[in-house]
Ligand binder design. Structure first.
Ligand code: DON
Length: 548
């Protein structure tokens, strides 16, 4: 008896005993909760939440898109895994895909069927359920199927995003039919019904991977895409696989470890480099202006090195060099505490000797399994092209490639050879689902926001390291620097007037973004006092719950 109690005691100490979910939409949080209540684990809940988000936030993610899932499998020593469900360029893609008469045409990689890469989310849902879940896929997909069939109320976020993409949505009859009301933005609280999407989800529930990548759905996808000028083939769909990769792991001070997205995301490396750089700088003791100066200088250097990165199946990413103490020491030494370093004065990346729309959710179950997932179709409403008869709105993730190696993409991110378009390649991403774990605590971070994702996650992590309450992590006002353009972008309220003056006096150029951005979802399991907390970004309409 004593032995049994001891065993239970030991097991309980390694488990949170409570579950938590934070997601960008209330209906998705409820879908996750329902799935856990049915006996599912965090991975089943992740399937339910991701599928629900695909339905209720058609502007953010979907079966026509992809994403990254960071997993924590509970155990005496947790196992971390990274599922790369990023879209792949079709096999007929090539570096000049978007050039016409020698000039890259940005609209071609942003709108319409040619902008779409091969989706990864359907494959990820199947893989998560089959390899890691406890429930049949059908059960985890049930809430999403219901939401698609019965409809969901249009909210203010939907209306704003549809407004941004109104022209492109109007250009595609199928998207206009489903997502607009007689060519206009639907009224708040009117119902968005997606019966075709419900059927596509049912095929997935019934036939698994083949329910999307083969058979009737695949036939519709191919004929719809090709009729609209796209270049997909059945081989593209046959070849698509989720790739399991080693998460990026960086040991930090105080027995903490960063566990985050490896390439084809640039996000984990940007976070790892920034945090290691900040550890070499007195940011904690600094006043607000000095602290943001250090953060910006760290980000400037980390984003510069982004130019070296690409799909690991195609390029050799210098991950170890970028995190090497010697490289970081050189970078840290180049930071002037008093002056901004002009980006143009930094040596090019790799010179070793020179010395809103996307979504995110996180879930933790009572046993300590956890998922952080960032899912995307790139711009709001993706390519604004819906494949007739499927309800599947396609991504425009091809724009995350360098369509022009000398140019920049929709996020102003500089092009690079490592991220040039190639057949079957995955475009470089900024998505950064991230855990921070120590013997005392486990915390999960992530947000949408294109190139600003790593800086947003960094700012949330700094609030955590600074001992701030969890509600503050996603709420903290944001600022951003991405090396080029050489400017600090900032949200309303990010800097007090004297801070703005202090940053300008150090030589920084500042640019007010004029609106809030991002939608961060976080959770914390404090192992010492067995506290579980979650928080959803106050900028969005998402919800966070802990239970029982
Ligand atoms: O993978 C990426 O980096 C982008 N496609 C993410 C897009 C995004 O976050 C848009 N959100 N506001």
């Amino acid at each position: 008896m004593l032995l049994v109690l001891l065993a239970l005691g030991v097991q309980a100490a390694g488990q949170p005993g409570r579950a938590a979910i934070a997601s960008a939409h209330p209906a998705a949080t409820v879908a996750g909760q329902e799935t856990l209540a049915r006996g599912g684990n965090a991975f089943d809940a992740a399937v339910a939440i991701a599928a629900a988000l695909a339905v209720v936030e058609p502007y953010g993610s979907g079966l026509g898109g992809g994403g990254f899932f960071l997993l924590r499998e509970a155990g005496e020593r947790p196992t971390y895994r990274f599922l790369d469900a990023r879209e792949r360029a079709p096999l007929a893609a090539h570096p000049d895909l978007y050039r016409r008469d020698g000039e890259v045409q940005p609209a071609l990689s942003l709108n319409g069927a040619l902008a779409a890469a091969i989706p990864g989310l359907p494959a990820a849902l199947v893989e998560l359920a089959q390899r890691f879940g406890r429930l049949p896929l059908r059960d985890s997909l049930a809430p999403a199927i219901r939401l698609a069939r019965d409809g969901v109320a249009i909210d203010r976020v939907y209306r704003e995003r549809a407004g941004w993409r109104l022209a492109a949505l109007r250009d595609d009859p199928e998207s206009a039919r489903i997502f607009l009301d007689e060519g206009e933005i639907p009224e708040e609280l009117s119902l968005l019904r997606q019966p075709e999407l419900a059927r596509t989800l049912e095929h997935l529930a019934r036939d698994g991977h083949d329910g999307f990548y083969a058979g009737d759905t695949a036939a519709r996808l191919l004929s719809g895409v090709r009729a609209a000028g796209g270049i997909w083939s059945q081989r593209d769909l046959d070849d698509y696989r989720v790739v399991e990769r080693q998460p990026l792991r960086v040991t930090l001070a105080d027995e903490r470890e960063l566990i985050s997205a490896p390439p084809p995301s640039a996000g984990g490396l940007a976070l790892g480099q920034s945090l290691l750089l900040l550890q070499r700088l007195p940011w904690r003791q600094a006043d607000a202006a000095q602290r943001s100066h250090f953060v910006v200088e760290a980000l400037r250097r980390a984003y510069r090195d982004r130019g070296l990165l690409g799909d690991p199946d195609f390029v050799a990413n210098p991950t170890a060099q970028l995190l090497a103490p010697a490289h970081l020491a050189r970078l840290a030494a180049s930071i002037d505490a008093e002056r901004a370093t002009p980006s143009s004065s930094l040596p090019p990346a790799g010179d070793w000797h020179e010395g809103d729309h996307t979504t995110h959710f996180t879930v933790l179950d009572a046993a300590g399994n956890a998922v952080a997932a960032t899912l995307s179709i790139n711009l709001p409403f993706g390519a604004a092209f819906t494949v007739p008869g499927t309800g599947v709105l396609l991504n425009d993730e091809m724009d995350d490639f360098a369509a022009d190696v000398q140019g920049a993409n929709a996020y102003g991110l500089a092009g690079s050879q490592a991220n040039a378009i190639a057949a079957g390649k995955r475009p470089l991403s900024s998505m950064s689902p991230t855990f921070l774990e120590s013997p005392h605590a486990f915390a999960s971070f992530g947000t949408p926001g294109g190139s600003r994702i790593p800086s947003m996650v960094l700012l949330a992590i700094l609030e955590y390291l600074d001992g701030q309450p969890i509600a503050r992590w996603p709420a903290v006002p944001r600022y951003h620097h991405q090396f080029r353009p050489d400017v600090i972008e900032h949200e309303p309220g990010a800097f007090a007037p004297q801070q703005l003056a202090a940053l300008a006096a150090r030589g920084h150029r500042l640019k007010a973004v004029g609106r809030q951005y991002g939608n961060q979802q976080v959770l914390l399991w404090d192992k010492r006092d067995k506290r579980v907390e979650a928080a959803s970004d106050p900028r969005g309409i998402g919800t966070a719950v802990t239970f029982p």
